[in-house]
Design a protein around this ligand. Structure first.
Ligand code: GDP
Ligand code: MG
Length: 317
């Protein structure tokens, strides 16, 4: 009998869906105990499905982080949203993560901000989608570090009326509050069966892709309001130098020449800072010295070109 045939083992999938910015990726990283999915304060940071693997009480829990679900406007939006819904199929548990403070301000505030309104309407869009498919889910009210508990009660009452949720958990994914109870609950719900991934594997994305995601995160964090929506990063070369050190070349794709100045920054300041922080994070992640080279190239109209989505992992399997 091999290790993975151990009859006491359990393994299953937990899909994590929600509006953009609800904290899905933060949650998955918290559960895995390592950063497998990039996180920023911007909506639409996660563009593809990413699996994060965690072990709890003999159960291997495979979390499926998904792009946010929202009302799509462009083809890239549509591809991301359908990747999110695809991620929610064939799983053992479906978690709906809700940004509790912003949903509360939509419910109760006289003048909720535009971002809260958008987040709440996207959450409602998902609830309608689940109802249509007759699916049950677990409600995860997130960011409870930012909301008084009596507001949480209002939210729970509101969501209970949907009749959609088997269970409700209140957590702060960022602070790790309430996550242990949820983890224990999920572990208990995983079906008996062999583990799908080796014990030390934390995610299903390759090092090359992870390296590209790290650089994209640093760009997202750096380019505030002026961030080109279409910006993408690809790892084009991954080689060893003569001294056996890792040399990574990446291309930052933008859609218009005019965006180049933005990404480079004055005197190349922005791209230099991005390169440095990205390199440092890669060195920690991969545990070795890295030489990182970033290039900026224009690739026109790719956000409307479905052929490109495959490269981003956005093609249905
Ligand atoms: N205060 C607080 N912020 C959070 C929490 N969880 C996520 N965030 C923040 O919310 C933003 C969106 O998080 P992210 O995980 O990228 O959301 P996603 O789009 O649903 O994957 C980031 O700025 C996070 O730092 C939380 O529990 N508390
Ligand atoms: Mg995300």
């Amino acid at each position: 009998m091999t290790l993975s045939d151990n009859p006491n083992r359990q393994c299953g999938f937990v899909a994590v869906i929600g509006a953009p910015n609800a904290g899905k990726s933060t949650f998955v990283n918290q559960m895995v105990g390592a950063k497998v999915s990039i996180v920023t304060q911007k909506v639409q940071t996660t563009r593809r499905r990413i699996r994060g693997v965690a072990l709890k009480d003999g159960a291997q829990i495979v979390y499926v982080d998904t792009p946010g679900i929202f009302k799509p406007r462009r083809k890239l939006d549509e591809a991301m949203v359908s990747a999110a819904w695809d991620g929610a199929t064939n799983v053992d548990v479906l978690l709906l993560v809700v940004d509790a403070p912003s949903y509360y301000s939509h419910l109760a505030d006289d003048r909720p901000g535009a971002a809260s309104e958008r987040a709440a309407s996207n959450t409602n869009l998902i609830i309608d989608g689940l109802k249509k498919e007759n699916r049950k889910a677990i409600l995860v009210l997130n960011k409870i570090d930012l909301i008084p508990s009596q507001h949480l009660l209002t939210l729970i009452e509101h969501f209970n009326e949907t009749d959609l949720f088997d269970e409700t958990f209140m957590i702060s994914a960022e602070k790790g509050m309430g996550t242990e109870d949820l983890e224990a609950y999920l572990a208990a719900r995983m079906p008996a069966g062999p583990w799908m991934y080796p014990e030390d594997q934390l995610s299903d994305i390759s090092d090359r892709l992870m390296a590209a995601e790290i650089t994209r995160e640093k760009l997202f964090l750096r380019l505030h309001q002026e961030l080109p929506y279409s910006l993408t990063v690809e790892t084009e070369s991954w080689k060893r130098t003569k001294k056996k050190e890792l040399r990574i070349e990446q291309v930052i794709y933008i859609e218009r020449d005019s965006q180049k100045a933005l990404v480079l920054g004055r005197g190349g300041h922005t791209i230099k800072a991005v390169g440095q922080t990205a390199r440092e994070e890669m060195e920690t992640l991969f545990g070795e010295k890295i030489h990182l080279f970033l290039f900026v190239k224009v690739r026109a109209n790719w956000t409307d070109d479905p052929a490109r989505f495959r490269e981003m992992g956005l093609q249905p399997e």
